[in-house]
Design a protein around this ligand. Sequence first.
Ligand code: BES
Ligand code: ZN
Length: 615
Amino acid sequence: MRIQIRLSAFLILMLTALAMHAEQQDPHSFSQPELMVVSHLALDLDVDFEQKALKGSVVLTLQRHDPTADTLVLDTRDLNIHAVETGMDGQWKEAEYELGQPAQGLGRPLSIKMPVDTTQVKIRYSSQPQASGLQWLAPAQTAGKKYPFLFSQSQAIHARSWVPLQDTPRVRFTYEAVVRTPAGLKAVMSAENDPQDQDGNYQFRMPQPIPSYLMAIAVGELRFQAMSERTAVYAEPSVLAAAAAEFEDTEAMMVATEKRFGPYQWGRYDLLILPPSFPFGGMENPRLSFITPTVIAGDKSLVSLIAHELAHSWSGNLVTNASWSDLWLNEGFTTYLEDRIVEDIYGERRAAMEGVLGYQSLVNDIETIALAADTRLAVNLSGRDPDDAFSSVPYEKGRWFLTWLEQCFGQQRFDAWLKGYFQRHAFRSIDTHGFLMDLREHLLEPNPGVVSIQQIRMWIEGEGLPEDHLVPKSSAFEPIDTARNGWLADELEAADIDTDQWSTQEWLYFLNNLPTDIGAGRLAELDKAFELTAAGNNEIAHSWLKLAIQNQYQPAFQRLEQYLVGIGRRKLIVPLYEELMKSESGTAFARRVYDQARPGYHPQAQSGIDVIVNG
Ligand code: BES
Ligand code: ZN
């Protein structure tokens, strides 16, 4: 009887997940992979900094699923299509094609007549200066100030703005590329790179199949410095040594992850350090993660970002979310792995502190997210821009779900399941339904009675956090609470708080948990004792500047202006603009500074902040 009830509860859970799964079409792609898929892509591109354009051609090789289908539909956004030919055995023939109308922020479908015996299509095209997936930087925006810089950011649906392709994480392809650059500039891609090559004519090969959002390119005055046999940093010359020192533990992180979760499948793992306008902390482009320079703090205090991007080599790049509604399968798993790596390399104390900080950001987000349905693990994104529903929910709620499973089943059984999950789905895409099937077969059924289906349902379908979730604790934070409370109660002067041994995480915990309306006078006391307005650590500066805005603490506003103009990482600047817009004087300040900062921001940062500041 009991078993029957359980089974039917699981059935309902599966059916709910199936409802999302059933939408065969990725709502963010025009492509029809059920008819034919692109299995290989060959790019031939010139990088034109004057016209801010990538110009050249792409040859797509197809695998047909429906032998009668005669139209290939690709995703494009702001692309100039110059000519289209279809081919077979090296013979090319002009093809009929049509660029459809733009729809719902998805760009435009490119429909190409593909006679049923053709297997390849060659498209001559160029990108436009406003391509949402590219940022073209003037020399002044780089560290060296002498050469321009170009980088791509394809996740979630921006690859289509620089390559016409099936822009859905359900399709994987291998690729090769030839890229020509002006003198003095090196090109790198999310592929095999030749570190010595500097001749302006670069060749790339990506032998493992990847989804489109992992297509990546960057061009700049780049140098190479090895950190180990298989890890290195690419960066501008003046940044190279500091980056290689900051991230020297990358190899140890790889070894730790491989030991627990199976082999690293991508050959090398290098880091590319971008200029400060890079809109993310990091991006897991395979073989070559793209990294913001804002985490080079000098003390390795922000390197969990590297653990995170590296972990995507398993969760995301190897086993990929099938749609952007399933983003938690990429980011939740990765945040979980990140925590495990940090614990292995930097110890339990550091991992616990970062866990509490992440949990606090989740609780904050759950309180402030406008749509309660957006606090579910799998969000229905049909008709919405995947960038809009972005929050810490897929990251942190996903992570705490997995941590909860780990605690319920014990680390040994959980790790064995997770390692198996990566093996079973390697180089494939998976949705929430597929995850549940795997979890049931390989963890729940072999270990009956450990967790109830009702509990799993609460995690997958419920809003916010289930009541029985674990609230993470860090004993390292207890003295911080004591110090903060003592100072707030006037039992202690700021100068008497013993902060000598405080790490970045302790500072963040101290600042993030001050009352938001503490008042400018009390901030002045802290500033006098600890010079927080001059803090060089970008995360600490972010927390401090947020407090400064909330309390109109004027002495920090010059620093705030410099910070907002100098950094383009969305996570660090968006909350500051949002906070500024809550007051009249803040609004005026935000508009003035944004006018100055906007030209230096990435298109994906501009579009988000336009809505905040002028919407
Ligand atoms: N893949 C993400 C960045 C991303 C997510 C780009 C969704 C576009 C859409 C990357 O791995 C990431 O999560 N970056 C975080 C790192 C942090 C959580 C350690 C970031 O940029 O802040
Ligand atoms: Zn991530």
